[in-house]
Design a protein around this ligand. Sequence first.
Ligand SMILES: N[C@@H](CCC[C@H](N)C(=O)O)C(=O)O
Length: 278
Amino acid sequence: MTFPWLKGHGTENDFVLLPDHDGTVHGDLDPAFVAALCARRTGLGADGVLRVVRSAALDVPEAAASAGEWFMDYRNADGSVSEMCGNGVRVFARHLIDAGLVPADAPVVVGTRDGDKVVTVDGDQLSVDMGGYDVRGTSKVEVDGRVWEAQDVRTGNPHAVTFVDTLADAGTLLRAPSYDTATYPDGVNVEFVERVADHHVAMRVHERGSGETRSCGTGACAVGIATALADHALDAAGSTTYRVDVPGGTLNITVEPTRVVLAGPARIVATGEMEWIA
Ligand SMILES: N[C@@H](CCC[C@H](N)C(=O)O)C(=O)O
């Protein structure tokens, strides 16, 4: 059986897109198949999979509640499900526009397991209103025997944001940092943040289900929120913007009291028809 696929990325957080408009091609999307597709040496290689499916064709409550025609069925590289992917939803919207599945001149509503997200396009920048966030307490994360305090920030999915002197402190990140399983019973994405200048930071991330990646949109939002709060930077209008450099590029994060907006480039780089024979 052959089926369509695309490859895309947002600041080098890369995805295989699987158009499955009526949910008839990939069934429930087998986690083992996702992991095989994403494998860097033996598959196509990706940080995750974005299944492109009509909300009406997917039997999950968030799809039933969505006002958007299209639902981003997101999976991590190990096949696990996550609630949200900030870079993924921007790449997803890029595809919908390029493929003529939505009008190019209007905001794109995308259903996700974290609720509907609205993506707008301005030149090569795609911005997504990520909606509300939740700042909780702190816990510890550990890498190679070094322990840091981490801020618990929820941007649809769980994040532990750690400020370090230099990003090299995070070591090779070949294995997941240790974290407090009572705080994060479902696992966590861990961000390491180095200050660069006023309203400008750099980060590395170890993603739950995908390992170290070159960028993480929800993670950059969590970093923007944690840094803005640490800096008491919300201005009189209650809004501030941080530049967040990731290994794969630059994202801009606007933090407001009740929502966060993620902006950056998102590209489709290849498209084709696949026969999976592995
Ligand atoms: N890279 C994504 C986040 C993907 C989900 C994450 N690994 C999780 O399990 O929560 C992004 O751009 O936000």
